[in-house]
Design a protein. Structure first.
Length: 114
């Protein structure tokens, strides 16, 4: 299993960013995917989940109506569109697969600051 997150960076409050996570080593389309984040000195938290084929989607209350999770099974990639970002969204963002719940990629850092 390999998950490679990308797309992080510095963004101003109110701005947008799209994160990508490209997967390999398993049958991507068959498994649910999720995004987590870990802010400095805080525990890792679930941000969004999407089932196989995208039939079920859910979000943490803190990001509802601002973030959108999606997947492209042809590209083995899951996305997180982040809109109207806030300083409290600053964190390292990780994607995760239901195929192997013990595996964590390196993550991608998102910093929201003016």
């Amino acid at each position: 299993v390999q998950l490679v997150e990308s797309g992080g960076g510095l963004v101003r409050p109110g701005g947008s960013l799209r994160l990508s996570c490209t997967a390999s080593g398993f049958a991507f389309s068959r498994y649910g995917m999720s995004w987590y984040r870990q802010a400095p000195e805080k525990e890792r938290e679930l941000v969004a989940i999407i089932s196989s084929a995208g039939a079920y989607i859910n979000y943490a209350d803190s990001v509802k109506a601002r973030f959108t999770i999606s997947r492209d099974d042809a590209k083995n990639t899951v996305y997180l569109q982040m809109n109207s970002v806030k300083p409290e969204d600053t964190a390292v963002y990780y994607c995760k697969t239901n195929y192997d719940m013990n595996y964590w990629g390196k993550g991608t850092l998102v910093t929201v600051s003016s």
